[in-house]
Design a protein around this ligand. Structure first.
Ligand SMILES: *Cc1c(COP(=O)(O)O)cnc(C)c1O
Length: 384
């Protein structure tokens, strides 16, 4: 059996080596390392793929979130609501801009931000909601857009984990995750569903004016050479990363399909085990089907009921099976983001999830033998 990896970037590279190697070489020969034609080409192709008017590439996903918030003109003291159960980058940039983060609980089934909790957290100071499409599945965007409209709030999608996923409105219209709110942010960190070979990120919007503002912000607040109209940042995607992404973008759908196939095999193996809860698809299709792209499985995350989770993690590691606990600590309990306004009773789901979740190896190169070994090892441990 091939060595099991949490993410197999080398295996995926083997399939695109013949495209990636000469194009990296070409960038080196042409020396257009930053903001060259390759970056522009990738930007256009990603706009087409997502069906969004503007993609603005930047240096990483954390910057993408920060720049999106700067572009919307959010000001210190403005309250921004986001999920308690996510990667820290989301809340970090809110705090960094001296906005006030307001963390709220998530859903038990899809791990995404809870709509009722958002409603409860809204105050006259609330200016924006940041839903995170966690683990590859879209948040209930229609409900969030409705709340946002009612209270005049911006919606900033953290789409670092769900690029390529679709969201279906009640009327059947399908749109790509990250293009639904006022602005979306994504990451091209190597292990993400569309990852480069270093850091990278992008911002998406259909709003022409906001796109213009953001294009200046990523480039030191310049709209005309050496005229700095606003305080900006230096955040760019380099050409070497752009050619890697350019090679992977046409394969993104098949990469996501490979993840879904692995998820389907995991699901089948765990079927009927009452201590193992497999990922729930909350979109109307309710299952992973061939036509389905409502969940792109950035992570395949189980909930364990009445199982020593940390014992299982140790057992898996001892058997050569890497796994991850995303995320082990609720953000509202992190030193940097704790706030006496928070009431533990408002975080019942997150407080439970952090003890129950475990994410299994998930990437485009998993084979049946590996999946069998992983699932058998888990089931044997749980049945002990
Ligand atoms: C990875 C990630 C980010 C940050 O992206 P970087 O490119 O690492 O800065 C933000 N939010 C979520 C949910 C992520 O998973």
């Amino acid at each position: 059996m091939k060595k099991i990896q949490m993410v197999d970037l080398k295996g995926q590279y083997e399939g695109i080596k013949d495209i990636v190697n000469p194009s990296i070489q070409e960038v080196i020969e042409n020396t257009a390392f930053i903001n060259g034609p390759k970056v522009h080409q990738f930007q256009k192709n990603l706009e087409d793929y997502l069906g969004v008017k503007h993609v603005i590439p930047c240096a990483n996903g954390t910057d993408a979130l920060q720049i999106a918030m700067m572009g919307l003109g959010l000001k210190p003291g403005d309250e921004v609501i986001t999920a308690d159960f996510t990667f820290a980058a989301t809340v970090e940039v809110i705090a960094l801009l001296q906005l006030t983060p307001v963390l709220v609980d998530v859903n038990e089934d899809d791990f995404n931000i809870n709509v009722e909790a958002i409603k409860k957290a809204i105050t006259p100071k609330t200016k924006a909601i940041v839903p995170v499409h966690l683990f590859g599945q879209c948040t209930d965007m229609e409900a969030i857009l409705e709340i946002a409209k009612e209270h005049n709030l911006y919606v900033i999608e953290d789409n670092a984990q769900a690029i390529g996923a679709s969201y279906t409105y009640k009327d059947g219209t399908k749109v790509k995750a990250g293009t639904i709110g006022d602005v979306g942010a994504t990451s091209f960190f190597p292990s993400k569903n569309l990852g480069c070979y270093g850091d990278g990120g992008a911002i998406f919007t259909n709003n022409d004016k906001l796109a213009h503002t953001i294009r200046g912000i990523v480039n030191h607040g310049m709209y005309e050479r050496y005229h700095h109209d606003v305080v900006g940042v230096n955040s760019r995607l380099d050409s070497i990363q752009a050619v890697v992404l350019e090679a992977k973008l046409p394969r993104l759908n098949s990469y996501n399909k490979a993840r879904q196939q692995a998820a389907k095999k995991y699901n089948e193996a765990f079927k009927g085990h009452d201590k193992i809860v497999t990922p729930v698809i909350t979109a109307s299709c309710k299952e992973i089907c061939d036509a389905c792209d409502c969940h792109v499985f950035h992570q395949y995350t189980l909930k364990l009921k009445g199982v020593d989770r940390d014992g299982l993690v140790k057992h898996l590691n001892e058997n050569g099976i890497p796994c991850g606990v995303y995320y082990p600590i609720p953000l509202h309990k992190q030193k940097a983001y704790a706030d006496e306004r928070y009431d533990e009773n408002d975080f019942k789901i997150t407080n439970t999830l952090v003890k129950e979740v475990v994410s299994l190896p998930m990437h485009t190169e998993l084979d049946d033998e590996q999946i069998d070994f992983i699932t058998t090892t888990i089931i044997n441990y749980v049945n002990e």
